[in-house]
Ligand binder design. Sequence first.
Ligand code: FAD
Length: 304
Amino acid sequence: MFSDLVPDLKAQLPALRGRLMANQSLAELTWFRVGGPAQILFMPEDQQDLAYFLSRAPRDLPVTVIGLGSNVIIRDGGVAGVVVRLGRGFSDVSIESGQRIRVGAAVPDVRVARAAQEAGIAGLAFMRGIPGAVGGALRMNGGAYGGEIKDVLVEARGVDRGGNIRTYANADMHYTYRHCGVVEDVIFTEAVLQGRAGDPAVIAAEMDKITESREATQPVKTRTGGSTFKNPPGQKAWQLIDAAGCRGLRIGGAQVSELHCNFLINLGDASAADIETLGETVRQRVKEHSGVALEWEIKRIGTA
Ligand SMILES: Cc1cc2nc3c(=O)[nH]c(=O)nc-3n(C[C@H](O)[C@H](O)[C@H](O)COP(=O)(O)OP(=O)(O)OC[C@H]3O[C@@H](n4cnc5c(N)ncnc54)[C@H](O)[C@@H]3O)c2cc1C
């Protein structure tokens, strides 16, 4: 348990409209279902409310943002400071002219893909394969089935730690594979994505194929964080993990998936430490076996 900072913060932020909750459990906000509490969980009402909070909150108060928690391990000791989670006020989807779609950062990627399909906008079906929300996709340069955010982003909007609302053109995001170069403390609030004209029935068929392929090759119905490690240039992380003999490896309640060995799964009673230790064990065995140092794709947040 952390000390309760909420009364002090409320006193400093009289015009705040969003919810502040002390010692709020985060496990159920993540796919792995593990980890300790947030010292404060903040759910801003809208972008203005978020900007107000960031401009007035003490500068030494750590701020972390999470989306749908599909790419994070929250460590067992929880997260000191404020964890921001965007909700209703960041959930708009609007179709714009020229096959563009404007989406709030809390919109699930699956919903973006569906809205684009219904509007006859092709090129965004790949988002059907990513179980996060737009904010996480912007930060991770999420990609699947031959597409990634870098290919479709026109611009993103975000709020920096000083509470300034900023717009980032595609080039300002400094995208590389599963990485965004914008300073870590920017919280994305909205994106404009560019597609191209397409036939809704053809796009729907493409999305169905993605759904089928994912269900056949990934443990999508388990407690997981998706791909644990980035693919090293020219290599597949899962092949290196398999070759190092790690498929099915267990530590405590955590296991390397038998179906897709770049996925770690919580068998039910894993701690965050079990999952992270398993990941580090895999890294070490792969290093010994093939000499390759795997890099975590999953973000590990908080204290052990
Ligand atoms: C079964 C499964 C399959 C997956 N398959 C894929 C795949 O095919 N391709 C792929 O790319 N990923 C995949 N992932 C990983 C994950 O879905 C993506 O990384 C996704 O983009 C994360 O979005 P999220 O909303 O869940 O973010 P979180 O997991 O909550 O956060 C991820 C990172 O983004 C940051 N973040 C979240 N929201 C914001 C915001 N508003 N502003 C700034 N930073 C933010 C967080 O601080 C954190 O660093 C998979 C995951 C699972 C569980």
